[in-house]
Design a protein around this ligand. Sequence first.
Ligand SMILES: [Zn+2]
Ligand SMILES: [Zn+2]
Length: 733
Amino acid sequence: MSESAEIYSFALQLPVYHCFDYKLSPEIDARPGQRYLLPFAQGYKLGLLISKVTHSEVTPGSLKAVEQCLDEEPLLSAHLLKLAQWIADYYCQPIGEVIFLMIPRYCRQQHVLNATEVLWWRANPEIDINLEQLKHRAPRQFQIMTALMDATQGLNASQLKQIHSHWHQQVKALQKKGWVQSHWMENLPVNDQALEKGPELTSQQVQVSNAILPQMKKFGVQVIQGVTGSGKTEIYMQLMQYILEGDQQVIYLVPEIGLTPQLIDRIRRRLGSGIVSTHSGQTDFQRYQSWDQCKRGVARVLIGTRSALFSEAPNLGLIIVYEEHDMSFRQQDGVRYHARDVAIKRAQMLDIPVILGSATPSIDTLYNLGRPHYHLHELPQRPNQTQPPTIERVDCKHTPLNTGCSPRLLQAIERHLNNHGQVLLFLNRRGYAPVIMCYECGWQAECHQCDARLTLHQSVNKLICHHCGYQQVVPTACPECGKNEIQHLGVGTQQLEAFLKQRFTRFQTIRIDRDSVKSATEIEHRLAPVAAGEPCILVGTQMLAKGHDYPNITLVGILDADQALFSSFYRAPERLVQTVLQVSGRAGRANKPGEALLQTAFPSHPLIQGLCHASYRELAEGILKERQLLNFPPYSRVVTFLADAIDLDSAMQRLRKLVDPIQRCSVNAELSIVGPIPALMTRRVGRYRAQLSILAVNFQTIRHMLREIMPVIVADKNTVKSRVVIEVDPQEL
Ligand SMILES: [Zn+2]
Ligand SMILES: [Zn+2]
């Protein structure tokens, strides 16, 4: 390479906090955001070009030369590179990991990227087609030909495959006759039906929508708090329509992939073509395709989970965070960030609005309402004037339960089913039974790799760890004493399902949890009888609490909420209140009144009483007061250092080294240091974990401390034995 080679810095997918410098020949049209193949260690690694470097720390002789540029067009725009830098700085995450999180998995390999157009077939409009003849001579061709003639836009391979598995031969024959033509086209979901008109908005909805519309041209956090079933989605529709009419794009974040089919369908019927989705149920290529369509501005609305936020959208005009309180917006492993908070940052950088919607806004969002740019809009009523059901306590302290159900709940289930209603039972515990033990010696089935019990999954006759996935066959005799006294305790969703199927034989029982459904389409398929309105029982975990809308559910039963009452997590009361209100809000959506029963052994606990009598805002005020008293977030800010190692001592030792330098930053004792202590689940997947939390009222104090402490962490070369991960604004202490 010539003398005039220039130096550029690249982000590599490695857990380090810096970029890597390489030489690049000036003949290459180097642009930030492109992928390059870089010589690294003994082989090659993919790197993303960040910027030109005027002065490199690396001695010129040891600078390596770049081998190959993979992209003509940058994958990430200057805006997204800036956002990546912000995430890396704010959350103290390795820059390379942030950058590679932002590009689709498909692009994290050395694929050369082509346009994602696919082949479509359509009937040749210029030829008179003799369908009658075809019908008798070649019925398969007839089947395909009629379908093609019905589809104005034509059909692609996957659509043709649904008509006939050997479609290819038939299409080839039809093409030979000149009856069918093929052409390359965007694989964009097309809605060729007439657009549906939405329901007439209530005066409440009109009011909210009119308040937000004039503010759609600039940055602002528009918080929409509407009781479950109040029609928040209709307002999102209005706002999206406004954005689409201005030829801009929308990113619509949802907490759960199970929500997407229902929602996409609804949005497509209303807003038309160009509505795409991205979620973990898709293949890497499908996800890349949606990302690419969004990047080229062809897709108008992108609906997806957390990482959809990082899609390039050249004309982005609005970000919607659906069910903003949901904790799944917080990424708990890998790059740790909060998608809702990053959405707000992205909107601010682009000077566009962001909508945070929920029936139960997070405590953080309610606290933030006092800040500039935050605006609250309320929908206190459902369009049909019904109210979410009041929650009734069922005292289970002195009542024997039958597989987790009280007699009162069982009676209510029977009554509602007989009245053609649907029943939703919420139990946030997967599997058959959470505890397996020996009655003779007290042995319990525990995971070899984690400090956790194994859960019985009877259908596969296995004990499974829900934290690391470890499985073993259920022992027939106790491994400790050899006696045949192994019993199970407690009820999981599988056991509840089996019990209900036996008890209510005339009705269907449908279970929805991570074991029973793996993909969005599977959820949709399973929920078909519910959508059809047949009387049935739905049993499920958290998955069911997320925004599904079933007009025929009239009874909601919450089986076991007591665990959360005595949790050591400070966010437990917030989660409990949100979950109970979200779940009970599924009842009585349409014209049928709803009923919600909450089983508890502690009916006089203030939180349980509050759930039955107070509004969400009143409950939230109480939680805020408590947090203020304890000086917990949002009244303080937290950063946690997590260390994991092959033994607890190494993990603790690693964190102890940080305490002195942190204390030096706390001149006027404005930092409170908690730990280091062993993490709540100390052993997980065979590694031991410890944590050190730092609280401060002023976030600038935390930032200052992080600036001082980062070099200490980076300089500690003991990374083979233990790794330190930083969590800014962690969900728990
Ligand atoms: Zn035993
Ligand atoms: Zn485990």
